[in-house]
Design a binder for this molecule. Sequence first.
Ligand code: SF4
Length: 198
Amino acid sequence: MPPLEISTLPELEAALDELYQGIERDCWECKDPDCMGFVWLLKQEMEKLYELGVPLLEVNDEITFIHSFPLTAEGKPNFAARYPPCSQLCADSRRCNIYKDRPLACHLYPLGFETKADGTIVWAVHLDCLYIRRMEERGLTPDFESRALSIINSITPQLLEEIVATYRAVDAISCFPYGENSYSTLQEVYRVKMQTRS
Ligand code: SF4
């Protein structure tokens, strides 16, 4: 059971680790191209990764990514690259070099955020993930979704707002595709919407 209130990043990561217990077995067997995309960081995650020597890229003084982007002919990061492979993924072992220190964006997967065509941000479950596909085959999806919602709804509005504000900034410059990204919607991120409108 997640704590009644999740107000810090370590608490959220611990709850997600519990939710995903055993996922590594599916990750090892997964044949999909792993760990590709825009790996974004919360402000509070930057210092630790910087000290670990992870290459970081700050955009518009606002968003920081693990730097995995190819460079354009002018030597600038190419944000049009659709799924840049993460620079922290070891090409030989296919393991993450910073697994225990991986950022929230990685801890969350296969949960994440998606933006609907009307601009609504939702909590999403990525259906391409082998762990999710196997859960579906075993009829365990309702239980997983219930446990995921229990965690999501325990996150304090302050922490959720920090996370979603970062996602919004990332979404504004990234090339996450509409349509091609197969996901199911868990619930709307309504608490953040209500806060930012007032
Ligand atoms: S930081 Fe690690 S877990 Fe996250 S995308 Fe990169 S290789 Fe994968």
